[in-house]
Design a protein around this ligand. Structure first.
Ligand code: FES
Ligand code: FES
Length: 156
């Protein structure tokens, strides 16, 4: 085991990890942050996405021991003081959540996009979500949710 301190949702979390433990495994099984989902474990679905230093990445393919000092944000860190984030509200309002399994990853990718680009085109939105698979919605409502979230955030 190795000691590593992960900064997760603004809090330093010292953990003991095996060499081959992924960030996804540590989040779910060690830190009990089960909002981040495992859809494939093979870097294909985006259900496990988290922000690492502001960039959306698949946590199933990152080794926890390499993330000392990185700022990690999971879906649990998105809400604002007990209230849903405007992105989360927009997903609900636009009907972009069905089974919900892909939703945490979608919201993380959206947050990563809108933090960098507050007024993205539809093409830029689709590009930012290209690593997130959804088997329920057909993506139209998800794109509409991101557009709605972007509008709301610009108006704040
Ligand atoms: S669980 Fe990581 S990409 Fe599917
Ligand atoms: S809402 Fe079911 S997989 Fe996306």
């Amino acid at each position: 085991m190795e000691s590593v301190t992960l900064n997760v949702n603004g809090k330093d979390c010292p953990v003991q990890v095996e060499k081959n433990w992924t960030l996804l495994y540590v989040l779910r099984e060690v830190l009990d942050l089960t909002g981040t989902k495992c859809g494939c474990s093979t870097n294909d679905c985006g259900a496990c996405r988290v922000l690492v230093d502001g960039e959306a990445k698949n946590s199933c393919c990152l080794l926890a021991r390499n993330l000392q000092g990185c700022r990690i944000v999971t879906i649990e860190g998105i809400a604002r003081g007990g209230e849903l984030h405007p992105i989360q509200k927009a997903f609900i309002e636009a009907g972009a959540v069905q089974c919900g399994f892909c939703t945490p990853g979608m919201i993380i990718s959206t947050k990563g996009l809108l933090d960098q680009n507050p007024d993205p085109t539809e093409e830029e939105i689709r590009k930012a979500l290209e690593h997130n698979l959804c088997r329920c919605t057909g993506y139209v409502k998800i794109v509409e949710a991101v557009q709605l979230a972007a509008k709301r955030l610009r108006e704040e």
